[in-house]
Structure formats: C-alpha cells, structure tokens
Design a protein. Structure first.
Length: 379
C-alpha cells in the first residue's frame, strides 16, 4: 500500500504552505485582534488559482480532487485557522450547491466568478430554530408572480458580509417537504445583514445573521429548474464539507504540536528542557500519534471521494476524530506553555485554543457525527 501523497497533492500543499507563510502568518494575530477580514488574501488566492479547487476548468476552477484539497487545506489551516475556515466555506458550501444543483446558465453566471476568486461564497442553512435538525427550517420561499418571496432568518452565516461576497446561497422551504437553494445577492430589497458577530475564535472571519423580510428574488435565482424533495437530497451532496473541516482541524492540531515542541525544547525548568520531562514528552507523543491517525482517516475519506466510492462514514469519522483532536491538542498546547500560553501575543497557542472549539460544532456537531457513524455501523 502506498501512503505517499500524489505529486499533485504535494505540489499544491507546498504552494499553499509557501503562500500562507508569506501572506498570512505575519498578520494572523493582528487580524484576529482587530477582527479584520483579510480580503486581500482572498484576492491573491484567486490570482493563484486557489479559489475553485473542487470546480472543473470549464467553470474557472482547477478540480484538484479531495486528496489534494485536504493537503492544501491543512497547510493554510496550520498557519491561520480563521482564514482557512472562510476559505473552506467558500470552496465547499459556498460554491458546490451551484455546481450540483445549478443550471448551465447559473454556473456561468455565479460559479465561474467564485471559482476565479472574483467573488466569495457562503451558504445559509442554520436558523434560530434549526441547527442540527435542518428539517425544522422555517425560512419560506413562496412562488409569486415573476419569482420567489423569501421570508425568515438565518443565523451564524459565514462570508455573507464582506466586500467580495457574491451573496449567500440560502436553503429555504418551498412546500411541506420540499426545499430549494436560492442565490440572494447583497442589496436585494428585503434582505438585511445583521452585524458581524463577536466570536470566541475565528475572529477575523465574517459571521452574521441574515434577515429576509418579503425579499423578492427573480425566478432564476432558485438553483436548478425545480426545488428538491426532502432535506437529505438538498444537503447530503455536501458531505465533502466534513472532509474539509477534518483537514482544517488537522492544520490546527499540527500547529499546536509544532508550537508545543519548539517551546518544550527551549523552556528549562528543574535544570532541564520541558521536553525531557516524561509528563510533557507523553503529551507530545499523544498529540503526534493522534495527528497521524486523524490524517489517515481524513485521507482515506478523501481518497474514496476521488474514486467515486461511498465516503460518508469515513468523512464523519474523520471530522469527529480530527476536530476532537484539535480541541484536545490546543488545551495541551496551552498547558505546556504554562502562563505564557494563557497570554495573547508572544505565543499563538491562546488563539489556537479559542479557534479550536468551533471545529466540534460547525458542519455537524460531534454528537451528530456519532449518530451518523453509529447508523453506518448498523445500529
Ligand atoms: C463560527 C461559526 C460559523 C458558522 N457558519 C455557518 C454557515 O456558514 N452556514 C450555516 O448554515 N451555519 C453556520 N454555522 C452554524 C453551525 O453549523 C450550527 O451552529 C451547528 O450546525 C449546530 O447547530 P446549533 O448551534 O443550532 O446547535 P443545536 O442543533 O441546537 O445543538 C445543541 C447541542 O445539542 C446537541 N444535539 C442536537 N441534536 C442532538 C441529537 N439528536 N442527539 C444528541 N445531541 C444532539 C448538539 O450536538 C449540540 O451539542 C456556523 C456556526 C459558527 C459558530
């Protein structure tokens, strides 16, 4: 069995690592402190052909496949998880509904500018009363003369309020058990953005409430010719998002391990480096082992996806294992740094600790992943 990364994935990973080291690392702490979305980074990612990794060349993307995608995501996520998280939302839920459900004309109108990096994508599933249970969605899209009328609220939506935003893709109920994805450009009358939310972590990322009050959209803003029957048909095609969040988590866990190792080798207590105390060595050994395990299941899920084989069970396992690792690794990283880890600024691990928690929540919580996995096991 060959465990080496394919050449294409290695090259893309190298490109992303170099780019992130140069354009993101020097500024990540400042963007976090100032809660500033780095629009210039996303523009440059467009110039580097990094904004359409899962979209085919005919619509302006590079369609690198999930293995290369995961390698690329881990590299950026290891440098700044908030920037990588916004990139993740753009590349998956912010673009793929148009690829999967859109007409040819809609793909040319909306997907191509997203894939070329001229626009930034986002997607609105979550609502005040519908988080894990998307079948409870209350936002309604009603057919009216000349189009659709949207009524409802979406919560915690990524990438909807930046100057690059295309306007979110909105999942709305069209009938008792029918749903549709709608593109809602910013500035449409009846569509309002709430203020950027103050988050524990991922602070440079744009996250808002969306309010639709008698918002009229033209008929061709429903993706595809028709709405779809059932919430699963609408959302399950997007399970690749779990591989993406797993890769985001791997990057964060790796950053925690790298920072902890460097600190433990340098910091001397009781006349020896921390790294020579067994309690600290064991923490590092556990982090390294779990990182390798989580990366293997993530890459297996990505490999299955690329082969067109069933991958949802492995994607759920990857998301669960990697996100829980990221949270544990960030806690251990702060512990290894002692009080220096608790203070913002000199070391990045306080930011890693704040960024990690949401990885267990977004794209399906750990509990929801366990429900999916248990079902896949046959119970
Ligand atoms: C920073 C950030 C960015 C986000 N970006 C987006 C975005 O771009 N688009 C979008 O649509 N959403 C986004 N979200 C929302 C996110 O996907 C949801 O918050 C998430 O799906 C969980 O929903 P909820 O918060 O309503 O929790 P709930 O569903 O209310 O769950 C609360 C708790 O109950 C548990 N629980 C729920 N049901 C069960 C069950 N059956 N069995 C056992 N436990 C259960 C959950 O695991 C969780 O621990 C974002 C959230 C954050 C914080």
């Amino acid at each position: 069995m060959d465990f080496s990364l394919p050449e294409k994935a290695r090259m893309l990973g190298d490109l992303c690592r170099d780019f992130a080291d140069r354009a993101i690392r020097p500024h990540a702490a400042e963007w976090d402190r100032e809660r500033r979305f780095p629009v210039e980074v996303f523009r440059e990612m467009g110039e580097l052909s990094l904004m359409g990794l899962l979209i085919s060349a005919e619509y302006g993307g590079t369609d690198v496949g999930a293995v290369a995608y995961a390698a690329a995501m881990e590299e950026v996520a290891a440098v700044d998880n908030a920037t990588a998280a916004a990139w993740n939302a753009h590349l998956t839920i912010g673009s793929l509904p148009i690829l999967y459900f859109g007409t040819e004309e809609q793909k040319r109108r909306w997907l191509a500018p997203l894939a070329r990096g001229e626009k930034l994508g986002g997607c609105a599933f979550t609502e005040p009363n519908a988080g894990s249970d998307l079948s409870a969605i209350e936002t309604r899209a009603e057919r009216v003369s000349g189009g659709w009328r949207l009524q409802g609220r979406k919560n915690f939506i990524t990438n909807a309020g930046t100057e690059m935003s295309l306007g979110p893709i909105v999942l709305a109920r069209t009938a008792a058990d029918r749903f549709g994805f709608f593109v809602a450009p910013a500035g449409t009358p009846g569509f309002e953005l709430g203020p950027n939310l103050e988050k524990m972590g991922w602070r440079s990322m744009d996250t808002r409430e969306l309010i639709f009050d008698e918002c009229l959209l033209p008929g061709d803003h429903l993706l595809g010719e028709n709405d779809v029957n059932g919430i699963r048909q609408a959302t399950e095609t997007l399970a690749i998002g779990r591989i993406s969040v797993a890769a985001l988590s791997l990057g964060l866990a790796r950053a925690c391990l790298d920072a902890s190792l460097a600190y433990a080798l340098e910091r001397v207590q009781f006349g020896r480096p921390l790294a020579s105390h067994q309690a600290i060595r064991f923490k590092l050994a556990n982090m390294g082992t779990r990182l390798e395990m989580a990366r293997l299941i993530t890459m297996k899920a990505a490999w299955l996806y690329d082969r067109g084989e069933p991958y949802r069970q492995e994607a759920a396992m990857a998301k669960l294992a990697a996100s829980e690792l990221a949270v544990d690794a960030s806690r251990e990283a702060v512990q290894i740094h002692g009080s220096y880890g608790y203070i913002e600024g000199e070391f990045p691990v306080a930011r890693y600790y704040r960024d990690a928690k949401v990885l267990e929540i977004g794209e399906g919580t750990s509990e929801i992943q366990r429900i999916i996995i248990a079902k896949g096991l046959g119970c």
